[in-house]
Design a protein around this ligand. Structure first.
Ligand SMILES: [Cu+2]
Length: 157
């Protein structure tokens, strides 16, 4: 990582700590916002991240991969009901149609981090980089919330 990127990361982290407002990142017409993860017990080796992606462009885009600073391996996952059992499935890509939003949320699409190198403790945060076919790389900071969190503040009732 370059020193420049490290500095940007530190500034993003500071923004999350100082503000209760949702942090939205926009790159090349793609907005990523409302990111969060659920706190995981200390021994957990896996954790999920959730977020909202909006494609403001006139062309469809595709999420091709995700990388996280806290995991050895990061995958794109969804939950599928199969024979009455909810199971996680790895996806090779996730489409984000032109002018549409796609939610990554508990029970659906999520960024799966496997082989956690750091604990996912409430109040901490970590970096995820999503790679889009057209928009390229988008780096976001993901705050860790309660173990049962369903979303960022504006989505809870
Ligand atoms: Cu998963």
């Amino acid at each position: 990582m370059s020193h420049y990127l490290a500095a940007v990361t530190i500034m993003l982290a500071a923004a999350i700590v100082l503000s209760n407002e949702t942090l939205a990142t926009e790159v090349n017409g793609i907005t990523v916002e409302d990111a969060f993860a659920r706190a995981r017990p200390g021994a957990a080796k896996m954790g999920g991240a959730f977020l909202k992606i909006t494609n403001n462009n006139a062309e469809d885009d595709v999420v091709l991969s995700a990388v996280s600073s806290i995991a050895k391996r990061t995958e794109l996952h969804t939950h599928l009901m199969k024979d009455g059992v909810m199971s996680m499935t790895k996806l090779e890509s996730i489409p984000v149609p032109a002018g549409k939003s796609v939610m990554f949320k508990p029970g659906g699409y999520h960024v799966m981090m496997m082989g956690l190198k750091e604990k996912m403790v409430k109040g901490s945060h970590f970096k995820v980089t999503l790679t889009f076919k057209n928009a390229g790389d988008i780096e976001i900071m993901v705050p860790v919330m309660d173990a049962g969190a369903m979303g960022v503040m504006k989505h809870t009732h």
